[in-house]
Design a protein. Structure first.
Length: 202
């Protein structure tokens, strides 16, 4: 296997960066970048800590983040599995990256920046849904923001419903757990999961 080991080799292989790829990067939200991000109900949150990297799916009923100003977005930490991998990383290393998906659009948005975990009561309560609020809010300061070329989503045909995989053809969450722990009761887990999720969405 031939491996690239230097920056020089890599640049020689790929050549010059296009002008559009450079000028699209801004240090704060433009009006159009804000419009794209506020249309996104889903983002992948990447963090880094002493144990390594983590990438976590994040979703909300409408926009996955709240834009506070052109340099700040707020992400409520809704109910999950309590592993808190992302939060553990952020309190030790503030660097974060976000990739936003907009259903139906092949253009994705990216934010690189830093974050803190806030438990300010006024802030957490401002995200209240159905009488519940997140235990914390991730406050992200934008270092750079830009849109991503659409080729990846075009190639993958991500939004083509004719290419959707039948969920019944895939392992259930319980089956995946049983693969990791042989004596796990996957049938009970799968049977109870829909009701449990409905009660703990927020």
């Amino acid at each position: 296997m031939t491996v690239i080991t230097t920056v020089e080799e890599l640049k020689a292989l790929y050549g010059e960066t296009s002008e559009a790829s450079i000028v699209k990067v801004t240090k704060a939200l433009t009006a159009k970048y804000r419009q794209m991000i506020e249309a996104s109900p889903f983002a992948a949150l990447a963090t880094v800590g002493p144990e390594g990297l983590d990438c976590s799916p994040r979703g909300d009923d409408h926009c996955v983040v709240r834009v506070a100003d052109d340099k700040t977005v707020l992400m409520p930490d809704w109910r999950g599995n309590n592993r808190v991998d992302s939060l553990l990383n952020i309190v030790r290393d503030p660097r974060v990256a976000l990739m936003f998906l907009v259903p139906g659009s092949n253009t994705t948005m990216r934010i690189n920046g830093t974050a803190v975990v806030s438990v300010d009561p006024a802030l957490t309560s401002s995200f209240e849904v159905e009488g519940k609020h997140p235990r914390s809010v991730i406050v992200i300061t934008i270092g750079e923001v830009y849109f991503q070329c659409a080729r990846a989503l075009i190639r993958s045909q991500l939004w083509n419903s004719g290419r959707f995989v039948d969920p019944a053809s895939l392992p259930t969450a319980g089956t995946l757990l049983k693969a990791a722990k042989a004596d796990f009761d996957n049938e009970t887990y799968d049977r109870e999961w829909p009701g449990r999720a409905a009660k703990t969405m927020w």
